[in-house]
Every structure is written in structure tokens, then in C-alpha cells.
Design a protein around this ligand. Structure first.
Ligand code: ADP
Ligand code: MG
Length: 358
């Protein structure tokens, strides 16, 4: 199973309405002119392409809805949005407030809870489903808990540790969420913490990676199965060497670019089947571990159709083209035998997790 790569072309914004769309699609192929020769066109083929008319519902139904049953079968799922700032990553992942505008994350959670209630009601054996979430960002190669208020953060950030082949963030808050309402309240609160730090630092949110982890715990009879859905809104992939940055912003963006640069190197090394994959060279790539983690990985490549993004769009398309060649091990998480009843928050202990994820 390789990484599933789908592209989404956003519509022209009101401010762009007089511009031409230079990025077009035909079936599952994205087309873009050669910047050096307007008569020539490049084509990139993906697993699927969503055009400017596609709705939030279309993306969810086409790509994400089917992952819910995988989660309940104890497979992990990773979704990530890659693209230049302003191409619709946050719109796709988080989306707007109205029901129709909701992005894939709230829709995924809604689907998880709906299935939970059905399973709890219909199962012959007594079954209980629990959901817990953690949410953090990586900024300048430092990890910050988004449940922590920005002014209470330790400037050094949280450490990473290898745990049974998986990278975990040490000391990260995990909150149980009993219902969709619960989840939405915590998710909004954490997103507020993200934007508070964004106003303090110029363009912070486009330079940080936001990583949401939803843990699903299914207790059925004597067994417990745990799986995780990770949804990652990556930093903008634009090449800041081409933009007119002042010095301070260049320091920030080189660090952000570094993690995306390492990601590109990892993708390159994996697709060439090289022995050494430089995962450890940035925190984001250690956590994402493309091609190492088990389960399903879906990358949404967000694209803006306008000429102002031409070179960056081409760079994104080339990156995505290599990413689709990555093979993912598809192994389910083994069930663990239940001891005395535990709550969602105590089951996160390292011993249990190691067993569950081996
Ligand atoms: P990013 O997170 O990649 O920087 P955003 O999600 O913030 O980009 O999107 C940039 C702008 O484009 C926002 O105003 C957003 O509402 C709008 N936008 C993005 N995708 C769409 C879409 N599919 N339909 C309508 N508006 C969109
Ligand atoms: Mg964004």
C-alpha cells in the first residue's frame, strides 16, 4: 500500500477574480504550464483530484469517510495537508464554522462518534468506545502543547522519545472527549491558543505544523484495541528564498523550511529505496515517519490556481509526485488483554502503549 495522494485545487478568491487559473485538471491529472515555455504543459497524475467546485463534503466522502472503519479495525490513519500558504490547507483540515464549511477533522470525529454509538448499541459482547485527543504544534523545530496557553509555555518546548518504534511527545496533555461537543470545545480552545501565539509572531501559523492526534480505544469483552488518527496541517511549503523577507523572518522560515526540506529528503530517499532515511534530522519528520508507521496515509496536496504561486505550485507537485511512490506497512495494532478497568487517560501509560503498538 503506498501513500494515497490526492490534490485539491481551490477556487479563485474574491481578490483574484480577475486572474486566470493556470492550474487545471482532467480526471485525476493536474496540468500546469511550464514557467519557461508557456506553450508546454506539465501533467501530474494522482490518486484523485478535486477541482475548484468540490465541496468539503465531497472531500470527506471521497477520501476520509472510509478511514473510519479502518480505525475501528485497529489500523492507524495519518492525514496530512501539504501546500503553499494560502492554498487551503487549514480550510480543508479544519474548515469554517457552518455545517457545510466544516473541514475533514470535525467530520471525521462526527463519523467516529456515530459509529461508536452504533457499535455500543448493536454489539453482542459488551463494548465501550472511548476517544481522547492531544494537539500540538511544531514551530522552529520545537514542540508545543496546544492545550497549554502560549504565555505558560516553556520556551524549549517538549522532548520526543522513541517508544516501541513510535515517536511520542513527552508530557503532552491528552484529554478524553466523550462526545462530539466535547471534542469541538477542546479543539476550538486549542486552536485559540494557536492563534494567540500567531498574533505575537508574524505569520506564525503558516510557519508551524499543527498535529492533532485522536486516540480511539475500543473495549470489547476482554480485549482493548487502540488506534490513532493523526491529522497534520503542515507549515506552508513556499520557498522563502524567493520572497522578500526581512532578516528576522528569514531565521524563522529557514527553520520551517528545514523540516519540510528534510521531509522532501526523506521522501526522496524512500522513493529511491536508500538504506538511510534522514527522519531524525527534524522533529516533524521523526513524528510523521512516512513509510515507517503502520496503517493508512493520505496526503492532500492543496493548490492555488493563480500564476502568483506558479513556481511554488510546481515544487509542490514534484514533491507530491515522489510521495505517492512511498510504501506504507499496513499492520493492525494487536489487541491487548484487559486488566482491571482503566480510564482513557490512564491507558496512555508507556507500558500499555508499547504492547498495543508492537
Ligand atoms: P492555508 O492554510 O493553506 O494557508 P487557508 O486554508 O487559510 O490556506 O486558505 C486561504 C484562503 O482561501 C482562506 O480565505 C480560505 O477561506 C480560502 N479557501 C481555501 N480553500 C477554499 C475552498 N476550497 N473554497 C473556498 N475558499 C477556500
Ligand atoms: Mg493554514
Amino acid at each position: 500500500m503506498s501513500v494515497r495522494v490526492v490534490a485539491r485545487i481551490r477556487p479563485l478568491l474574491n481578490t483574484e477574480i480577475d486572474r486566470d487559473a493556470i492550474v487545471t485538471c482532467d480526471g485525476s491529472v493536474v496540468k500546469i504550464p511550464n514557467p519557461k515555455n508557456a506553450g508546454e504543459e506539465y501533467s501530474f497524475s494522482f490518486n484523485n483530484v478535486y477541482d475548484a467546485q468540490s465541496t468539503q463534503q465531497d472531500i470527506f466522502d471521497g477520501e476520509i469517510a472510509s478511514t473510519i472503519k479502518h480505525l475501528y479495525n485497529a489500523y492507524d490513519v495519518t492525514l496530512f495537508a501539504y501546500g503553499v500558504t494560502g492554498t487551503g490547507k487549514t480550510h480543508t483540515m479544519r474548515g469554517g464554522k457552518s455545517l457545510a464549511d466544516r473541514g475533514v477533522i470535525p467530520r471525521l470525529l462526527s463519523g467516529i462518534y456515530r459509529r461508536a454509538r452504533k457499535i455500543e448499541k448493536d454489539s453482542q459482547e459488551e463494548t465501550k468506545v472511548e476517544v481522547a485527543m492531544s494537539y500540538y504544534e511544531i514551530y522552529n523545530d520545537k514542540v508545543f502543547d496546544l492545550f497549554e496557553q502560549p504565555d505558560k509555555r516553556s520556551p524549549a518546548g517538549l522532548a520526543l522519545r522513541d517508544n516501541g518504534g513510535k515517536t511520542v511527545v513527552v508530557g503532552l496533555t491528552e484529554r478524553p472527549c466523550e462526545s462530539l461537543k466535547d471534542f469541538e470545545r477542546l479543539y476550538d480552545q486549542a486552536n485559540m491558543n494557536r492563534s494567540t501565539s500567531a498574533t505575537k509572531l508574524n505569520a506564525h501559523s503558516s510557519r508551524s505544523h499543527a498535529i492533532l492526534c485522536v486516540k480511539l480505544i475500543v473495549r470489547k469483552g476482554d480485549t482493548i484495541r487502540i488506534s490513532t488518527a493523526s491529522a497534520i496541517d503542515l507549515a506552508g511549503s513556499e520557498d522563502n528564498r524567493r520572497t522578500d523577507n526581512n532578516k528576522e523572518r528569514l531565521v524563522e522560515s529557514s527553520a520551517i523550511n528545514k523540516s519540510l526540506f528534510v521531509l522532501a529528503q526523506c521522501v526522496e530517499a524512500i522513493s529511491k529505496k536508500q538504506a538511510r532515511i534522514p527522519y531524525r534530522e527534524s522533529k516533524m519528520t521523526r513524528i510523521l515517519s512516512l513509510g515507517q508507521s503502520n496503517g493508512l496515509t493520505i496526503m492532500i496536496l492543496n493548490l492555488a490556481p493563480v500564476r502568483a504561486y506558479h513556481l511554488d505550485t510546481l515544487a509542490s507537485l514534484n514533491f507530491a509526485n515522489r510521495t505517492k511512490k512511498i510504501e506504507i506497512r499496513e499492520a493492525e495494532n494487536e489487541p491487548i488483554l484487559k486488566g482491571p478497568p482503566r480510564s482513557a487517560s490512564t491507558i496512555t501509560g508507556p507500558t500499555i502503549q508499547r504492547q498495543a503498538l508492537r
